[in-house]
Design a protein around this ligand. Structure first.
Ligand SMILES: [Ca+2]
Ligand SMILES: [Ca+2]
Length: 113
């Protein structure tokens, strides 16, 4: 008899109160490689504001972590993914022809509580 695995979901309710932005720019990435996804607001100008996930629905505001790349022709799509393999998601700009430019996350994010 074949074993069937099914996803199981446990509702835990609201985990973030929101930061007064529209949902379109909200993304979740792990900035500090602690295994907990962090809350990022990607603004239309490419700047990014971030809140670290400190656990139990507690978010530590980091403020503006980048003003954006400010280069014409880049940033058709802006996103975060770990390009360096260190567990911390990096800032990526994907052009209209699929080329990708990366800004690696270096240093440590503070924990403002
Ligand atoms: Ca994290
Ligand atoms: Ca990285």
């Amino acid at each position: 008899m074949a074993e069937h695995r099914h996803a199981h979901w446990q509702e835990i309710g609201q985990i973030a109160a929101g930061v007064g932005r529209t949902s379109s720019g909200v993304i979740f990435k792990d900035l500090n490689a602690d295994g907990r996804t962090d809350y990022l607001c990607l603004n239309p100008d490419g700047s990014v504001d971030a809140w670290l996930n400190t656990g139990a629905a507690q978010w530590a505001e980091q403020g503006r972590i980048t003003n954006g790349i400010g280069e014409a022709g880049l940033g058709d799509v802006l996103t975060f993914a770990d390009a360096s393999g260190d567990g911390r998601d990096d800032y990526l700009a994907i052009t209209s022809d699929g080329a990708v430019y990366a800004w690696l996350t270096v240093g440590a994010y503070g924990m403002k509580l």
